[in-house]
Design a protein around this ligand. Structure first.
Ligand code: WTA
Length: 634
């Protein structure tokens, strides 16, 4: 059993002896000190766990700061590390993926079978003209063909841009246009809460406005009738069974710094940023963090219950676990469908040993009480993880006691789309504090500072910065390097630090406590949205002339979206209009962006230069002090 101890006012938990005994990493302080002292040596050692077609010349090239390069001169392909190299070992016949659809259908793939499916898919892509350097857009439900499609693109040297299947056609259009994709991969639909989603319809709508798209590959999932355009749209099952879709396909040699994928994420302006990750550094970083933090072993059954359409899914459903040769669990649908025991039933059924999910999911399941998990034998679990937003101590304790039976340490991992992998996290051998992501991972120097860059005192709130480069870092924003510099590196240009956009505290023990975003990004249920995107969706409604969006605390979702709208002349605010505007935003961006409330107002607090002062709206809504109002317009 894990021990807990009272240290001053804080509750500290210790991992159990069982977990500590066989952990890959046995010690933190000394290894951390060494990793900081000689960062390049640390990462060079980790890079030895990776197969290189040609060894790299240099670990870190910092000649064009902040455009750092890692493992330059090396030739690599992440797919060779994730699949090919396992085929000549006993791993070949081990399960790579277990997938369960929401209706209860099950598919499994060994590494051998995964390779076959990826090769066939890759040959289909080649036959459709996909080449090295292309960006393929993927818009799919959570079915096995999603990771297969990602791996198939990368195998032949193309980069993927996965767009979360819950986004609307407008969000999809923006992303296709920016990436200039010629090919899109989708499905007729998927299952969610007993209903089907109509993905192909949304894709059809998007393609009408995206002239770059020449080919649409469609996977049959629901079997519902969909419109297929002759000469443009193809069913995957028709092509994949043709003789040219052979089960063999060469993995293309890539440069360490060649693009691996683009992932769009919300920033402070309406236009989403295409964050670019590359082969070499990302391969080393994600696999090292996954192995050390979750202590992954051959016998583990790893379940990262995120959507592959977000960074968590990219790094820790698909790439890192495959590189480490794990067996991955994937589930298509909602955690509470048809009953709130669905997840626990699957943990028992498949003998899941590590579960990694979001505080929102935990809070959502906690709501149904402990009898649901208690119906199942979930004692196979040995480690738990949390990501995406701060976890409140109450949810932490429930997760620890009820799901982890008091014996599974919880890895509360802080990181971002831009960081590629975990940055601040406990290890299975370090002390835990409910609500704290604890300490920086090896090689990472982090601090909490004020506006000028001075470290704030213990327990004081400040801005979270990363002081040194790490291999998993984003390399740029697609087609907009200036925005990359502006967004992350401008604020602390003098010091050369990365500005994370989060506020945080460090306590007397050096443990980090993340408070939340301080820029115009909102985290709703762990999903990342921009206030600017929500506002532009609001003003695209015919009756709205100006709008503002803020985040207010929410018991279940962490944050909820509250909006303010100034109506056009002659329009009258009403309950019906509020409902209509909410639906409009959900349709423009996706259901996750639906506002909790729309308040009609005659004016919005603005600076003299016309910027909306969201912090004033927030302070008012929470009944707090409005702070410095000197820049407020009359
Ligand atoms: C927040 C998700 C507290 C944070 C991997 C960050 C967290 C943003 C944690 C990035 C955590 C992520 N504790 N907050 N353990 N993990 N966040 O890009 O605000 O979707 O800046 O990446 O999520 O969100 P993104």
């Amino acid at each position: 059993m894990a021990n807990k101890a009272q240290n001053g006012s804080k509750l500290i938990y210790y991992p159990s002896e069982d977990v500590i005994k066989n952990a890959h990493v046995q010690e933190y302080d000394q290894l951390y000190a060494q990793s900081i002292q000689d960062r390049e040596k640390f990462w060079a050692e980790q890079a030895e766990n990776i197969d290189w077609f040609k060894p790299y010349d240099k670990v870190l090239d910092d000649s064009a700061k902040p455009f750092y390069k890692w493992f330059t001169g090396g030739k690599i392909n992440i797919v060779h590390n994730a699949i090919d190299r396992h085929l000549t070992t006993g791993k070949r016949n081990q399960l790579a993926m277990i997938w369960e659809g929401e209706p209860g259908d099950v598919r499994t793939l060994s590494y051998h079978a995964l390779n076959r499916e990826v090769c066939k898919f890759a040959n289909v892509l080649k036959s459709m003209g996909v080449k090295k350097g292309d960006i393929v857009t993927i818009y799919m439900p959570q079915i096995l063909e999603l990771p297969i499609a990602m791996l198939a693109c990368v195998k032949i040297g193309a980069a993927h841009s996965v767009v979360y299947g819950g986004f609307s056609s407008d969000a999809l259009i923006n992303r296709i246009e920016d990436a200039k994709s010629k090919l899109i991969i989708t499905a007729d639909g998927g299952y969610r809460r007993g209903k089907t989603t109509q993905l192909k319809e949304i894709v059809n709508e998007a393609i009408r406005q995206c002239p770059t798209i020449e080919v649409c590959l469609c996977v049959k999932r629901t079997g519902e009738e969909v419109y297929m355009e002759n000469g443009r749209d193809y069913w995957l099952h028709d092509l994949i069974n043709l003789p040219n879709a052979s089960p063999k396909c060469e993995t293309v040699e890539m440069d360490s710094e060649d693009s691996l994928f683009i992932l769009y994420t919300s920033g402070t302006t309406g236009k989403p940023k295409g964050v670019v990750h590359t082969h070499g550094g990302y391969t080393v970083y994600t696999s090292t963090t996954h192995r050390m933090v979750f202590d992954v072993k051959d016998y583990d059954r790893w379940w990262c219950a995120a959507d592959p359409g977000w960074i968590t899914g990219h790094s820790y459903i698909v790439y890192a676990p495959l590189i480490n040769g794990s067996t991955i669990m994937l589930y298509e649908g909602a955690p509470n469908h048809p009953y709130p025991n669905r997840w626990w039933q699957m943990v028992e059924k498949y003998g899941i040993t590590i579960l990694y999910t979001s505080p929102t999911a935990i809070r959502g399941l906690m709501r149904y009480g402990e009898t649901w998990p208690q119906r199942h034998d979930i004692s196979s679990l040995r480690l738990l993880g949390s990501v995406g937003e701060p976890i409140n101590p109450e949810a932490w304790r429930w997760y620890h006691e009820v799901i982890g039976n008091g014996k599974c340490p919880i890895m509360d991992t802080w990181w971002q789309t831009e960081t590629g992998g975990f940055m601040i996290t406990p290890l299975p051998i370090t002390t835990l504090k409910p609500g704290s992501a604890t300490k920086p991972f090896f090689g990472n120097e982090m601090a909490v500072v004020d506006k000028e860059g001075n470290a704030v005192g213990p327990g004081e709130e400040g801005r979270l910065v990363i002081k040194a480069p790490w291999p998993g870092m984003a390399r740029t924003i697609l087609k907009d390097p200036d925005r990359y510099v502006e967004t992350y590196w401008k604020e602390y240009e003098k010091q050369g630090w990365y500005n994370a956009g989060d506020s945080a505290r460090i306590d007397e023990d050096g443990d980090f406590w993340i408070i939340g975003r301080i820029d115009d990004v909102i985290k709703v249920s762990g999903y990342r949205l921009g206030t600017a995107e929500i506002e532009s969706a609001l003003v695209s409604h015919a009756d709205v002339s100006e709008a503002a969006a803020i985040a207010l605390p929410h018991d279940l979702k962490g944050n909820a979206i509250y909006t303010y709208a100034i109506l056009r002349q002659g329009c009258e605010g009403s309950r019906e209009l509020e409902k209509e505007i909410k639906e409009h935003v959900a349709k423009e961006i996706g259901p996750i962006a639906k506002p909790e409330k729309v308040t009609f107002t005659d004016s919005l607090p603005k600076t003299r230069s016309g910027k909306i002062m969201r912090r004033v709206l927030k302070a008012r809504a929470l009944g707090l002090d409005e702070g410095d109002l000197s820049t407020l317009e009359e």
